[in-house]
Design a binder for this molecule. Structure first.
Ligand code: ATP
Ligand code: MG
Length: 321
């Protein structure tokens, strides 16, 4: 059984990525699971190539620094040749209507002066990511469920039209995990590509900066440290972050904390502690480029090997090899 998950290097990894995804991948990952840095997905809108290269490398180091087994991790573009080849076959299996009606495409292209073709075909590349290694399960949020549905449809269509080549994957809803919100705007989820960084805590940020961001976190005027998500979203977010670090429920975490100031200090301490080892291991890796290159090359080789056989059958069945 293979589960496949990815993180796009569209910015520096933030606390929500860690508490909501990466940390879980590190402790729940099974030996056959795959985790990758989806750098090719970061190209569908304007981006800076140097920054993308650096962010991809940093994200790879964070995944490994977080404790995910190096042999389960790879960078998407390291198998770009296989993925692009498969994508062409799948583009010729997919219809224009199918990609044009994707909700995410409609949202992201709405009002844009120019739209990259890759923004339209991105779900087909994602189908290649999933189908090449024969992933059985893809844990995704609602926003990506439609894309996994497309991957399923393409797998079935290819299998019935040309011959059995693909595992038909399943979208699975990840276990309820912390959904961390922006410290400066608790109505919005924390995200790495958010422009205003005052409410976003980054995994590699130094302790002083993390503390300062928590000190400035938006709360309310109720003056009560209680877990009431609807009435006090800012305070609830801080309690949820604390809870994700300590393992207590947010309600229990609130007990004994007298003021917002104390709450902010307590959460900052817990987050700094939670990230300490990850930061240390990640920084050690980033400081040893040869070791990181070696890990990266091994992951790439394994990922390529894994897809090799399936890609050759696909090309054969499709009549081009
Ligand atoms: P972007 O701004 O580029 O969308 P992002 O921070 O939302 O970046 P994604 O690459 O979309 O990150 O998601 C990577 C993983 O992190 C996914 O599994 C997603 O569910 C999880 N994740 C992202 N943000 C949060 C958050 N605020 N709380 C919990 N989990 C999160
Ligand atoms: Mg996102």
């Amino acid at each position: 059984m293979t589960r496949l998950s990815a993180v796009t290097p569209s910015g520096h990894a933030q606390l929500g990525n860690y508490l909501g995804a990466i940390r879980r991948w590190a402790c729940e990952g099974a030996p056959d699971d795959l985790y990758f840095v989806s750098d090719m997905h970061a190209m569908t809108t304007a981006y800076n190539p140097q920054r993308l290269r650096a962010l991809s490398r940093e994200m790879l180091a964070i995944l490994i620094g977080s404790g995910i087994k190096p042999e389960s991790v790879f960078v998407q573009s390291d198998i770009a040749a296989q993925l692009s080849t498969l994508s062409w076959v799948l583009e010729c299996t997919c219809t224009f209507g199918e990609v044009a009606r994707m909700i995410q495409f409609k949202e992201k292209s709405a009002g844009a002066k120019t739209v990259r073709l890759g923004l339209l075909t991105y779900p087909v590349l994602m189908a290649s990511d999933i189908l090449l290694p024969g992933a059985d399960e893809v844990p995704v949020g609602d926003d990506q469920a439609q894309h996994v549905e497309l991957a399923r449809a393409l797998a079935r269509r290819f299998n019935t039209t040309y011959g059995e080549a693909f595992v038909v994957p399943q979208a699975v809803t990840p276990k309820v995990a912390a959904r961390i919100r922006d410290l400066a705007d608790p109505d919005r989820k924390m995200a790495k590509s958010t422009r205003n960084e005052t409410g976003v805590v980054f995994v590699l940020e130094d302790a002083d900066m993390i503390r300062r961001k928590f000190q400035r976190a938006v709360t309310d005027t109720a003056g009560r440290v209680e877990y009431r998500p609807d009435e006090q979203p800012g305070v609830a977010n801080l309690l949820e972050i604390l809870s994700a670090c300590t393992g207590q429920s947010p309600k229990t975490a609130a007990e004994g904390i007298g003021s917002y100031r104390e709450l902010k200090e307590t959460v900052a301490d817990a987050v700094i502690e939670e990230l300490r080892d990850v930061r240390k291991r990640t920084q050690d890796l980033l400081a040893d480029p040869a070791e990181l290159d070696r890990i990266r090359a091994t992951g790439a080789e394994r990922a390529a090997q894994r897809g090799e056989h399936r890609l050759s059958s696909v090309l054969r069945l499709a009549g081009i090899a």
